[in-house]
Write a protein that binds this ligand. Structure first.
Ligand code: ATP
Ligand code: MG
Length: 572
């Protein structure tokens, strides 16, 4: 490609609505343009990158014999009524009516459509296992679209779905997908981790998220310092290795004026924060259908720990979604916000670490007072000891090897064993070995193709611009161009001519090369090429040609090299 004929849409100024570095750089380098909130145009420069990511994803899906198909973005509402997600999905699902007043949605994901295909097309267990994938546009009406294409409303996803006669077969394909995903992110040259994830309300059997490590990530990932244990903090088990010492202090109330927090109380009393506890009152799972469940329950944590809502929601007595009691409700229970005790008339679920304390400090349930010398059993009843806190740096790893470290990650992929949730709801079965219909088991597997690009830039950039990760195979580089040739203006036209010749030579070798023949100063071209992150640059000048040399520079190396034509060609 010749730059003079290509849409170079670089900007000097940082756009003021681009909120993280990757989105700033993608706009400045002319990869994307914002059309409206969460909607982006992929300019030619950006689309080249997107297509290169797609190619690697496609190759790895083909390698595990997943079959490509293409489903419409627009989906009939009926299918969503059938699956129950018309009601359950929430406001991210954009629903609309056509001219005949029929319900439609813009697909945020395609379980319903693929299950409809499978129930119509699959007849026999002999056709299984089978998996289908597509690379296609998704729409999610995100509440807060942000970070450019990282959390957009319209984005490109690779989504795959597999169908099985039993869970054993599902587990095998799940492993194939896990391996394919690992190869994709390795080939892209990204620093990533596969982490155990929450199976959430769908309640599947297994789930892993693939995260690119970057400080700007929205998720916290917990790893072991010594083993390959890695889990989303949402899920990582908090182990307690200490046992409760004996009660030695008497229970007594102390004045803690205007000290509703554990931090303030610990400082005031001159004790460690780890000797205090806090009590949270949440709604219980009581309902007409569940009259024996409590209306409210108490959750107790050590003062330095934070509540993990996902874990708390797994307690049967706790209402889902987790809902804190309002101030009015606390009053009705006779509890005083900021000073709630642990000696309570409602079921009290105590985190493992808080349960291991003796002689601790809690609220006194009297305004501006706390109680010291509190002890479980003697002073307060425990309904159950539970794991309800977020792990923190330095906690023992749940697999018993090493300690936990926490880093930020960007979720770029998610694989999930769904079980029969959709196949049951939509009646998707085939004839099994015994000639009877068997409801199929399903897996679903997503990759944020467009998000990968933003994540790659978050992980790799400098003050000059984007750095595309080095890949083991140069052909896997997702840089929009792999090499740029820059002729410096020459009086005789020799530099321009030699640059053109070199361009043709590299092009004929199948190299993804750009000839920067724009009518711009060399400094402007260099800055643009660095901003876009083109990995290799060759400058052709009259001065160096006099010695038959070309000036070569690597995007990430400080020094330049003078190379002969043969040496240049040998590089590529
Ligand atoms: P998140 O937790 O980030 O909202 P998700 O759990 O909703 O993601 P999935 O339903 O698992 O996402 O979708 C598969 C993949 O699609 C995700 O791993 C992510 O890489 C990508 N993705 C999801 N939402 C967006 C979005 N709004 N913009 C860009 N990519 C997205
Ligand atoms: Mg997810």
């Amino acid at each position: 490609m010749k730059a003079s004929q290509f849409l170079f849409a670089t900007l000097k100024e940082t756009p003021n609505d681009a909120d993280i570095i990757s989105s700033q750089l993608m706009v400045r380098a002319g990869l994307i343009r914002k059309l409206a909130s969460g909607l982006y145009v992929w300019l030619p420069m950006g689309l080249r990158v997107l297509k290169r990511v797609e190619r690697i994803v496609r190759e790895e899906m083909e390698r595990i014999d997943s079959q490509e198909l293409l489903m419409p973005v627009t989906q009939p509402g009926e299918l969503w009524h059938e699956s129950g997600r018309w009601e359950d999905y929430g406001a991210e699902l954009l629903r609309f009516k056509d001219r005949h007043s029929r319900d439609f949605v813009l697909g945020p994901t395609h379980e319903e459509v693929i299950t409809d295909i499978a129930r119509n097309e699959l007849k026999s267990y002999k056709q299984l296992p089978v998996s289908f994938y597509q690379i296609q546009t998704k729409f999610r009406d995100e509440i807060r679209p942000r970070f450019g294409v990282m959390r957009a409303r319209e984005f490109t996803m690779k989504d795959a779905y597999s169908f099985h006669i039993d869970t054993h077969s599902l587990a095998q394909t799940y492993q194939d997908m896990y391996d394919a995903y690992s190869r994709i992110f390795s080939r892209l040259g990204l620093d990533f981790r596969a982490v155990q994830a929450d199976t959430g309300s769908i309640g599947g059997f297994a789930s892993h998220e693939f995260h690119v490590l970057a400080d700007s990530g929205e998720d916290d990932i917990a790893f072991s310092s010594e083993s390959d244990f890695a889990a989303n903090v949402e899920l990582a088990e908090a182990i307690c290795t200490s046992t409760r010492p004996a009660a030695t202090q008497a229970r007594s109330n102390v004045a803690t004026p205007n000290m509703p927090t554990c931090e303030a109380v610990a400082e005031h009393l001159g004790i460690a924060l780890t000797q205090t506890v806090k009590t949270l009152i949440v709604k219980g799972s009581h309902s007409e259908d569940n009259p024996d469940a409590p209306k409210f329950v108490a959750l107790v944590l050590r003062g330095d720990h934070t509540l993990n809502e996902i874990k708390a929601e797994k307690i049967a007595a706790v209402h889902t979604p987790l809902t804190m009691a309002s101030e009015d409700e606390l009053k009705q229970l006779g509890l005083i916000k900021g000073y709630i005790s642990v000696d309570l008339p409602i079921p009290t679920y105590v985190d493992r670490a808080a349960a291991a304390l003796a002689n601790f400090v809690s609220g006194a349930n009297i305004e501006h007072q706390h109680t010291t010398g509190m002890n479980w059993e003697r002073d307060a009843k425990i309904a159950e000891v539970v794991d309800i806190r977020n792990v923190v740096d330095g906690d023992p790893s749940p697999d018993g090897k090493g300690v936990i470290q926490i880093k930020r990650g960007i979720e770029v992929g998610h694989i999930f064993q769904l079980g029969d949730k959709y196949s049951k709801a939509l009646g998707c079965s085939v004839l099994g070995k015994e000639g009877k219909p068997v409801t199929l088991m399903m897996g679903c597997y997503g990759i944020g193709v467009s998000r990968i690009i933003a994540a790659a830039i978050e992980q790799n950039h400098d003050d000059k611009g984007i750095i595309w990760a080095k890949t083991d195979n140069p052909a896997d580089s997702i840089a929009p161009f792999y090499v740029a040739i820059v002729p410096l203006k020459s009086k005789t036209g020799e530099a321009e001519q030699k640059a053109e010749e070199l361009y043709q030579m590299l092009k004929s070798r199948g190299i993804n090369v750009l000839l920067d023949d724009r009518d711009e100063r060399a400094g402007v071209k260099f800055a643009d090429l660095e901003l876009i992150g083109i990995p290799h640059r060759i400058v052709v000048s009259e001065r160096n040609l006099a010695e038959n040399k070309y000036e070569y520079a690597d995007r990430t190396a400080e020094d330049k090299q003078l190379l002969s034509l043969e040496e240049v060609l040998a590089k590529f």
